[in-house]
Design a protein around this ligand. Structure first.
Ligand code: HEC
Length: 116
């Protein structure tokens, strides 16, 4: 009887910790944003991984993020707005694909391309 109790408690603990562990994993997944991964996935058709327009991007006259003047004359809000709204016939809107945290997380990526 005593032994059975221990087994029951032990397996109960096992289930509890397995559930806790599983929830921990899914929570961490939801909270984690990898901005560079988002950039490569959604932006790199037109803006390359160094912030320059790709060949395809050049045809559409994509912005060169390494341009100091452009960086100096834009604001973080404008960058977020561009990602959300895009430019008709040039860049699509990402409102449906990215949430506002993800859009904000892309700002430092865009800012990181400027030549020092
Ligand atoms: C289909 C090609 C394409 C994709 C994909 C794309 N862009 Fe663009 N992007 C452009 C073009 C073209 C422009 C220039 C638009 C203009 O002149 O108004 C631009 C301009 C911008 C600008 C500058 C706007 C300004 O104020 O001058 C930002 C910031 C930007 N893109 C960010 C992004 C981010 C971040 C992503 C990914 C989430 C992305 N773009 C995906 C084509 C693209």
């Amino acid at each position: 009887m005593y032994k059975r109790g221990i087994v029951a408690v032990a397996s109960f603990m096992l289930v509890v910790s397995a559930v806790a562990c599983f929830q921990g994993i899914t929570l961490a997944k939801e909270a984690r944003i990898d901005p560079m991964k988002l950039y490569i996935k959604h932006c790199s058709d037109c803006h390359d991984k160094n912030g320059k327009p790709t060949d395809f991007g050049k045809e559409l006259e994509s912005t060169d993020f390494t341009d100091k003047n452009w960086q100096a004359n834009t604001t973080d809000e404008k960058i977020v707005k561009q990602i959300a709204d895009g430019t008709p016939e040039k860049m699509m809107s990402f409102k449906e694909k990215l949430n506002s945290d993800e859009m904000k997380a892309l700002v430092p990526v865009i800012r990181s391309f400027v030549k020092k």
